[in-house]
Design a protein around this ligand. Structure first.
Ligand code: B16
Ligand code: MG
Length: 211
């Protein structure tokens, strides 16, 4: 393997608490039940698909496509306000050290995130320069478990998918990596997923895989 493609939320940073707070605000206003458990199902899932999951509990009149777009926009505005509070301290020393070491070893590094806010987050935590490429929600039409976001990342890096390791926390992300012909390391939730090639307990375990 010659390159590593990292998922962002749940691997490099932990923005799920902000997603939760922003969706919760929208759900409360709409009178929709929403809790942390439902929020877990939104991991790695696109914004509009996340909205559909939340709307499973909606009991009012059918919503038009325009209204749904409006709700997603309302959530994103609240979410971006929360993202503004992020600083370099939101990335652990372990993550920074491992990224630097992988680069030193000659690996090409990319981000493969479903988020349309990925570049904004990388700027806030001052990680932009650590990556050779960013593939995110702004350059794809199909989100995870479709492999598009990772295939694009490989393309941006000028690598063959078989030369890439994907690091993911979500089942949908592991599925995406595997159907794209890549190897997958699973952290957090994805640690115990049977499709994960390399279960990792901590980020630093990557240094054992990528020798
Ligand atoms: P946005 P990842 C994903 O990021 C999040 O895990 C998921 O909860 C979110 O809905 C999705 O990005 C879209 O985010 O609304 O910012 O475009 O894990 O793929 O880095
Ligand atoms: Mg994730």
């Amino acid at each position: 393997m010659k390159a590593v493609i990292f998922d962002l939320d749940g691997v490099i940073v932990f923005t799920d608490k902000f997603h939760y707070a922003a969706w919760k605000q929208m759900a409360d206003e709409m009178g929709i039940y929403f809790d942390e458990q439902i929020n877990n199902r939104l991991r790695g899932v696109s914004r509009m698909e996340s909205l559909e999951i939340i709307l499973e509990r909606y009991e009012g009149e059918a919503l038009s496509a325009e209204r749904k777009a409006e709700l997603a926009e309302q959530k994103n505005t609240a979410y971006r306000e929360l993202l503004k509070t992020m600083t370099p301290a939101d990335v652990t020393d372990e993550v920074r050290t491992v990224l630097k070491e992988l680069r030193k070893r000659g690996y090409r590094l990319a981000i493969g995130s479903s988020s349309k806010n990925a570049k904004f987050i990388l700027e806030k935590v001052e990680l932009t320069d650590y990556f050779d490429a960013v593939s995110d929600g702004t350059n794809i039409t199909n989100s995870k478990p479709d492999p598009e976001v990772f295939l694009k990342a490989a393309e941006f890096l000028e690598m063959d998918p078989a030369e890439c390791l994907v690091v993911e926390d979500a089942y949908a992300g592991i599925d995406a990596a595997k159907s794209g012909g890549m190897k997958a390391a699973g952290i957090g939730d994805a640690f115990s997923y049977e499709k994960t090639d390399y279960p990792i307990q901590t980020f630093a375990d990557l240094l054992e895989i990528m020798r």
